[in-house]
Write a protein that binds this ligand. Structure first.
Ligand SMILES: CC(C)(COP(=O)(O)OP(=O)(O)OC[C@H]1O[C@@H](n2cnc3c(N)ncnc32)[C@H](O)[C@@H]1OP(=O)(O)O)[C@@H](O)C(=O)NCCC(=O)NCCS
Length: 162
């Protein structure tokens, strides 16, 4: 059993987060996106899972505009250290992040990811279907967090994803 705790990302974490993303995704794209989200001020909630040996997991939530208004949130990138995957790190990061978004009063979260993974946290492709985005299909999912969430609209992602 891996022992870890979750805390907000701190400024000095960025190199360790980049190394983790590079290892988990096998390339530099997600680390570059994460640095850009932070550099541009587009990161909304950023969390790391920390264990005895350092940072073991990471998740980003960023602002998405819906019809030009800052009313949406995106999840990603997220990852767990390759040797420690499937030990609960990702699940804790997602659940803690969703609680933080709820505390902030956010209403809807989108994710582009594994269709077998995110539904367990409440995401569905059906909830994302009314929204126009650069992507569609079973990997594109959403979760409404509360009443009053936009029901449809056109999504604009931050420049980190362009
Ligand atoms: C996807 C990822 C973040 C999940 O984190 P994790 O800490 O390994 O996941 P957890 O231990 O919380 O959850 C384990 C469950 O997720 C499932 N799971 C893990 N990776 C999965 C994947 N790629 N597709 C579908 N299910 C996956 C496991 O089967 C397990 O399911 P079970 O509980 O029914 O047995 C992690 O595997 C990872 O970093 N993968 C590489 C990078 C990546 O793909 N990031 C996500 C981009 S959308």
């Amino acid at each position: 059993m891996t022992s870890f705790w979750i805390r907000p990302t701190q400024a000095g974490d960025m190199d360790a987060i980049a190394a983790l993303n590079d290892a988990a995704f096998g390339g530099p794209d997600e680390a570059r996106i994460t640095r850009r989200l932070h550099g541009d001020g587009d990161s909304l909630v950023s969390l790391v899972a920390v264990g005895e040996s350092g940072i073991l997991g990471h998740i980003e939530f960023f602002r998405i505009r819906i019809d030009g208004e800052p009313t949406g949130v995106g999840l990603g990138p997220m990852c767990a250290w390759p040797g420690l995957q499937r030990s609960g790190i990702g699940s804790y990061l997602v659940r803690t992040g969703l609680e933080d978004l709820d505390d902030l009063g956010e209403t809807i979260v989108f994710v582009l990811g594994h269709p077998a993974y995110y539904p367990r946290f409440g995401f569905s492709a059906e909830a994302a279907r009314p929204f126009a985005a650069p992507w569609s299909g079973p990997h594109f999912m959403a979760q409404r967090l509360r009443e009053g969430a936009p029901a449809s609209g056109t999504l604009t992602y931050p420049p980190a994803f362009s």
